[in-house]
Design a protein around this ligand. Structure first.
Ligand SMILES: [Zn+2]
Length: 308
């Protein structure tokens, strides 16, 4: 049975954007609760994530942008970055640990300490562009991890798969036209951030879904568009932006996925990784705001990584 690493940090729970914000600390509690009740804690290896370094962040983000995040970090109260995205005094540390978890997961997977990894972290990352925070995201955790694998660990080709209900505009901003990277992304359209439908370089495979689409639509696009693109690109490692806000119980949007769909897509990606990438997968949490559905979906995703 493959060993799956579970990377998180207590710092990620302390990031708090204020009352009623859907991207709340309780999301990580909901995941932890389901791990306990499902018995998954006995089959995972747990890692306390370090902070990302400046050099690791700079592979994706501009120095000016990183400086601005450091300088705007408040010592008290709330700093508003955009209408959805705020910093409290603990946010910078949380964001550094979130990106650091993904980087550490890359190192441990490539070293063979674990076969694959899931990073249970917040803030999420896939909306963060090279020079812009938005949509609850500060640093693009999965892009930073993919860039670490390629630029630091010497992999020539890496692929990012994103099944969050929102388009990962930040990851696309980094990957589009960049040699050695592929991005396949499903998302509800039209929906925030209202991107992902323009003409793009062919290393971006955008597969939008209409409101109301269910798991059959997700499974079909994975089989007919993602897997053929992966076969053609022949990546050496897979990265997953694992957002669970397309769940039927999640009212952030109107897709109708359930946890069986998340397990199915994860199994398909693991089978591809086993055949072509020495099983190497690093996944990081993006969205997912219906707490019970989020916890169950993460467990289903982990079961997909582990396999039978
Ligand atoms: Zn989302």
């Amino acid at each position: 049975m493959p060993t799956v690493g579970f990377f998180t940090s207590p710092a990620c729970r302390k990031h708090d954007m204020g009352n009623e914000h859907p991207e709340c600390p309780e999301r990580l509690d909901a995941i932890q609760d389901q791990l306990l009740s499902s018995g998954m804690e006995f089959v995972l290896r747990f890692f306390d994530a370090p902070q990302a370094t400046r050099a690791q962040l700079e592979r994706v983000h501009t120095r000016e942008y990183i400086d601005s995040i450091y300088s705007r970090a408040p010592s008290e109260g709330i700093e508003v970055l955009d209408e959805d995205t705020r910093m409290c005094p603990d946010t910078l540390a949380a964001a550094l640990h979130a990106a650091g978890a993904a980087v550490d997961a890359v190192d441990k997977v490539i070293a063979g300490e674990v076969n694959s990894a899931f990073c249970s972290v917040r803030p999420p990352g896939h909306h963060a562009e090279r020079d812009k925070a938005m949509g609850f995201c500060l640093f693009n955790n999965i892009a930073i991890a993919a860039a670490h694998a390629r630029e630091q660990r010497g992999l020539a080709r890496v692929a990012v798969l994103d099944f969050d209900v929102h388009h990962g505009n930040g990851t696309e901003d980094f990957v589009a036209g960049r040699e050695g990277y592929l991005l396949c992304s499903s998302f509800q359209s039209p929906l925030y951030p209202f991107t992902g439908t323009e003409e793009l370089p062919d290393n971006i495979v955008n597969t939008p879904l209409e409101a109301g689409a269910g798991g059959d639509a997700l499974r079909s696009l994975v089989e007919n568009e993602w897997l053929p693109a992966l076969e053609k690109f022949q990546p050496q490692m897979l990265f997953i932006s694992a957002g669970f806000d397309g769940h039927v119980e999640d009212h952030m949007a109107q897709l109708r996925f359930n946890e069986d769909d998340y397990r199915w897509v994860t199994e398909k990606l693991r089978e591809f990784a086993d055949a072509h990438c020495e099983g190497r997968i690093v996944s990081a949490l993006e969205g997912g705001y219906a707490l019970s559905a989020l916890g169950r979906s993460v467990v289903a995703h982990l079961k997909g990584l582990i396999g039978n």
